[in-house]
Design a protein around this ligand. Sequence first.
Ligand SMILES: Nc1nc2c(ncn2[C@@H]2O[C@H](COP(=O)(O)OP(=O)(O)OP(=O)(O)O)[C@@H](O)[C@H]2O)c(=O)[nH]1
Ligand SMILES: [Mg+2]
Length: 679
Amino acid sequence: MTASGDPGDDAVRPGASTPEPTAEGPRPGGVAAGAAATAGLVESLEILRGRLAAARLPLDLPGAAAAREDLDLAVHQLDDYLLPRLRSHAAPLLVVVGGSTGAGKSTLVNSLLGEHVSAPGVLRPTTRAPVLVHHPLDERWFSTDRVLPGLARVSEHGPRPGGDATPGGTAAAVQPDPTRTLRLVASDALPQGLALVDAPDVDSVETANRELAAQLLAAADLWLFVTTAARYADAVPWDLLHRAAERRAQVAIVLDRVDPGAEAVADDLRRMMDENGLDAAPLFAVGESELVDGFLPEPSVAEVSSWLSALGADDDARDRVATATRDGVVDDLVRRAVLVAGAADAQATSDARLRAVVGRAYDEAAATVDAATSDGALLRGEVLARWQDFVGTSELFRSVEQGVGRVRDAVAAFFRGRPAQAPQVEQAIAHGLEAVVLDATDAAAERAYGGWRADPAGTALLDGLDLSRSSAGLRARVAEEIRGWQSDVLDLVREQGAGKRGAARALSFGINGLGLSLMVVVFASTGGLTGAEVGIAGGTAILAQKLLEAVFGDDAVRRLTRTARERLAERVRAVLDDEARRYTAQLDALGTADADETARSVREAARAVEAAARVERSARGTAPDAGRVAVGRHAARLLRGAGWRAVPEDEPVVTPGEDGSEPAQRPGFWRRLLGGERA
Ligand SMILES: Nc1nc2c(ncn2[C@@H]2O[C@H](COP(=O)(O)OP(=O)(O)OP(=O)(O)O)[C@@H](O)[C@H]2O)c(=O)[nH]1
Ligand SMILES: [Mg+2]
């Protein structure tokens, strides 16, 4: 979200050099530094937001799900709360009424306003679309997507009579998903500078409700958390309250529908709050009573009402609440971003590990093929038999022992007489070679698959893919590459002959024979192999080598052998690479190869936020009023029940500390909330 075009933006954003004057006139000199520091913080947060939004944690590593949640929360924290809060310092304080299902949240909101803005109900969950109530003059802060940009606005001017809270005037229009909308209600009953949100239940049976409730609470300057005697110890609300305490979000708790004589419950809740980092949060107990026209009696809501009214009337108090929550959220965001960076590093490590498993498997296959095609192993069985059919006679061998000039003639004559046998040798070689490559490739697939199966991130990637075996078209592909190589070999021989006048005659008839000879030499080209040592295979190779040397000379044969081997290795490698890519393509699609870059950039941006926050906090020390607009001065309005005086002003109205000492005073509620005073 950007602030551009936002009428409510009070211009504390990057590049805004001169802060706008407040209602009190131009800001003093020290304020400029404060505004610049705020702009610096906003800028660093925008950079972090961009990097977080681009971050992906797709590999299913242990802890990745939690990190993804952190990532999601961090982006929401920025969009829904932090950036809008910083860009629009003067925006009303957003008080989100959240809590357990059916605890009486909507009834409480209606009762505080004395208006039916949100429909309560016996069916759970009742509230799906959150209702945001604001003073009519505060509408501009909420009608744009400045806050909660993901929720569509449905505007209502004033509550509907009889508590029918469905949006009016749009009956014929397509109803949007209630869990993705924000109903805006303008109400005179609310002080300017304070907005109330009636949220869905945090422990809803509906996932969308739960998620929306959590999102709304994360967007709040202040939580008004409603629970009951039956639910106050439930796990889900406490999960949220722990998170609030962790990030120092400002919280007040309402224990609703307390039966007479059940005061021990309030004490127990107070104890839980103290033990769980919410010792500074006020607790209000609202007694169970008959509703009148759907409203709680005024005395019942008097405490909550007075407290909220006091907050509405006090600029400094609101400012401190908002600042305390926002500082906590900045710190929480940095912590979360660092966790995300750690998770991104883990993704990069895992990506590299999975690639290495595949790399090793197919490198091993290449090595196996290399060994099996150079140690003479191929020169057995069918290949040997066909080769012997081809060269057959020892006559040739004898002529090879004679002078070079005669040999070429003899070779030419020899090959001329035996064209029919050549294709059979070629075929036998192709078959043998094919079997070697296929075996090695299948073994590599097994190893790669096994390696990925043993890795949690790998297992998830294999789901639904048939990667335990080589690809279906492998046999045909290998056969094609081998044919290609055999033709490479013939080309090599042909090229070699073309540059050598004396070889022309031998070549005119003997291309195939010389090509086969070269293949045979390749298959026995491991250093040190001799006929005596490797028996018949070596002997076969020696004859082939002598033939080639007789025609081309020693050097040329060495060169030809090396080149032919290289061509074979290249073609095998191409096949293996394609097979390996079936695995690595899964990782490529996820883009986890450069996750370490993501980690680095997120970490760097988080550090920059940390530094900018430090600057902003110290600048605030010198200019505490930076950006604040004096709304509260006009907000003498009291919420319903606030004027009720059931207890004298100086008597305790909130459950005091366990030892009963220092009872809280009504005017001090919000001061305790701000941590300045302890009950
Ligand atoms: N008698 C009595 N009934 C109440 C009181 N507070 C709420 N109720 C009733 O309890 C039911 C639930 O109240 P809601 O205000 O809808 O509760 P909620 O927390 O908004 O519920 P969800 O939106 O579903 O989470 C409704 O039928 C209310 O009329 C109360 O103090 N006294
Ligand atoms: Mg409700």
